[in-house]
Design a binder for this molecule. Structure first.
Ligand code: FES
Length: 105
């Protein structure tokens, strides 16, 4: 089973199973990792904001224009590592993906 290593807002790191084909947002939300995802994954709320670990940045899809515009408006935006987890489809190639849930705005 492919996994994701996620540090939640309390700073605690968990290793959770990731279902291939789901989005990273769905995996984090279903595991109660502090991802509200209030828009349900339609790239319009930014409550699924995560910081992707530097070692994984080349493996995740490039941010789309809408995604970048939205995530740049968050108070905790980090150039490079900020991604919306609803825009990352989980694949076997992402087994071991390491990320941190961004603070809520
Ligand atoms: S769930 Fe709303 S932008 Fe990702």
């Amino acid at each position: 089973m492919a996994v994701i290593h996620v540090t939640n807002r309390a700073g605690k790191t968990h290793t959770i199973p990731g279902k291939v084909g789901n989005t990273v947002m769905e995996i984090l939300r279903d595991a109660n990792m502090d991802v509200e995802a209030i828009c349900g994954g339609s790239c319009s709320c930014a409550t699924c904001h995560v910081f992707v670990d530097d070692a994984w940045l080349a493996m995740v899809p490039a941010r789309g224009a809408d995604e970048l515009e939205l995530v740049e408006q968050t108070g905790s935006y980090k150039e490079g590592s900020s991604h919306l987890s609803c825009q990352i489809k989980f694949t076997e190639a992402l087994d071991g993906l390491t990320l941190t849930v961004a603070p809520s705005d």
